[in-house]
Design a protein around this ligand. Structure first.
Ligand SMILES: NC(=O)c1ccc[n+]([C@@H]2O[C@H](COP(=O)([O-])OP(=O)(O)OC[C@H]3O[C@@H](n4cnc5c(N)ncnc54)[C@H](OP(=O)(O)O)[C@@H]3O)[C@@H](O)[C@H]2O)c1
Length: 409
């Protein structure tokens, strides 16, 4: 069977026009998350939102994990208290769903105690800040990426509490539902490439190619996964040549993101796919990111150069004791570094700049409206797979606005 080969010259653009200023003012009454989210949708998007509140709530809604494999949706979870003056409480408008969310609960890991709140990424409006917070203020539209060890940072609750360096402004051309999906796939791709794989960050002037098409390739196995889509685009933005593996039905999407070559996986064994990669790239693949799992990790390493120092990131795990060729370095990407190292904020800021400049195409969203009660259903769909490149996000708004009211859709 012939290997699929095609060069794509397409540049991704994001030309959505968003009205810049809008102030949402809710008098006297405590404002519901749904009302704020709907107001954004009805009117426009701004950098901040002003919300007058009668009082700070003492309880909140939360989807808590009560034991392995079991959730409960409650409305009397404690409103968070700040543990230090650099913390920020964000009112949740939308939260992205990820494979790690259902795996954590089904297999009982990354759950320090019961009950616990999970969920790794969200966007919303700053509700409250500690006295040392300088990067944002109440009313700002923000997104964040969180660390599972703090239950207050779990995103499947109404108010999410995180350190200030992890709180980023939502790019002005993005809605909160899209921004809610930046904290895992997009940020992981950025940190994988820029921190662990030492790919130079693209700047406003084109960066000096460190590996051009003539020198080396970056392989993305699982190119149509949401993380794969960002990885392909970020690698292209840094002038890498990219070869990706996905199914026939998502091939066009992957070319549209700039991949130079796409190998379709339908009716092909991993060995066949490996042979295709090597027939196209020869011995010039020097970076590989696997987004599929333990079965594909060894094939990714086998696709790498046998002679040049090369790098592999098994983002979807690799078997303990798997043989690693002597010229290959395996990098263990730890996204907790974003939360534990304040300087990691710079990766999110660079990502924001690319998004603001319209240089990254977001994955197609599948929005589940209606709040935290939809999370379980969304996670079941993520678990089933076959997502066609879509990203699932739960909006706290009760429902989608009518066509024409979604300024940013
Ligand atoms: N360590 C970290 O911090 C980190 C961060 C992000 C993600 N991850 C991990 O990375 C993986 C991907 O996450 P995601 O959220 O980006 O995934 P996702 O969007 O849920 O990706 C699912 C897609 O993967 C593709 N796929 C499945 N089997 C494949 C195969 N054998 N070969 C090629 N593609 C295949 C399918 O698309 P097609 O049918 O179109 O091929 C499927 O729709 C997960 O295991 C996740 O846990 C880890």
């Amino acid at each position: 069977m012939a290997c699929v080969q095609q060069q794509s010259g397409r540049k991704s653009t994001n030309k959505r026009k968003i009205i810049e200023t809008f102030e949402f003012d809710v008098e006297k009454e405590t404002t519901s998350t749904s009302a704020i989210a709907s107001a954004f949708k009805r009117r426009a998007i701004s950098k901040s939102i002003s919300v007058k509140r009668a009082s700070t709530p003492t309880t909140q809604k939360a989807l808590i994990v009560v034991r392995k494999g079991e959730y409960e949706l409650i409305d009397h979870h404690a409103f968070p208290t700040l543990r230090n003056e650099e913390e920020v409480v964000i009112r949740n408008l939308a939260t992205g769903l990820n494979p790690i969310d259902w795996k954590t609960v089904d297999y009982n890991f990354c759950l320090p105690a019961f009950p616990w709140v999970t969920g790794r990424e969200m966007a919303g409006v700053v509700e409250k800040v500690g006295s040392q917070v300088t990067t944002c203020k109440p009313g700002d539209r923000v997104w964040t990426s969180t660390y599972y060890r703090d239950s207050r940072a779990g995103c499947f609750q109404e108010f999410v509490t995180v350190p200030q360096h992890t709180v980023l402004p939502i790019p002005s051309n993005m809605g909160h539902e899209s921004a809610a999906c930046l904290g895992v796939a997009a940020l992981t791709s950025a940190m994988t490439l820029w921190k662990w794989l030492c790919v130079p960050e693209p700047s406003t002037t084109p960066p000096r190619p460190c590996l051009s098409g003539a020198d080396g390739y970056l392989l993305v196995w699982g190119g149509s996964s949401v993380t794969g889509q960002y990885t392909i685009q970020l690698a292209k933005a840094s002038h890498f040549s990219v070869i990706a593996v996905c199914s026939e039905k998502t091939k066009d999407l992957i070319y549209s993101l700039g991949a130079n070559h796409v190998i379709t996986r339908d009716n092909r064994s991993n060995q066949d796919i490996l042979d295709c990669i090597r027939s196209i790239c020869g011995d010039r693949t020097t970076r590989a990111v696997d987004l599929v799992g333990t079965d594909t990790a060894p094939f990714c390493m086998a696709a790498l150069s046998k002679t040049t120092p090369s790098h592999f990131v098994p983002l979807a795990m690799m078997k303990a004791g798997e043989a690693v060729p002597p010229n290959v370095t395996v990098h263990n990407v730890e996204m907790k570094r974003f939360v534990l190292d304040k300087e990691s904020r710079s990766y999110a800021e660079s990502l924001n700049k690319l998004l603001e400049a319209g240089k990254l195409k977001e994955p197609r969203l599948e929005v589940l409206h209606g709040g935290l009660g939809r999370v379980r259903e969304g996670l079941e769909m993520v678990k089933k797979g076959d997502l066609m490149g879509k990203k699932f996000v739960v909006s706290m708004a009760a429902q989608s606005m009518k066509s024409g009211e979604e300024a940013y859709a």
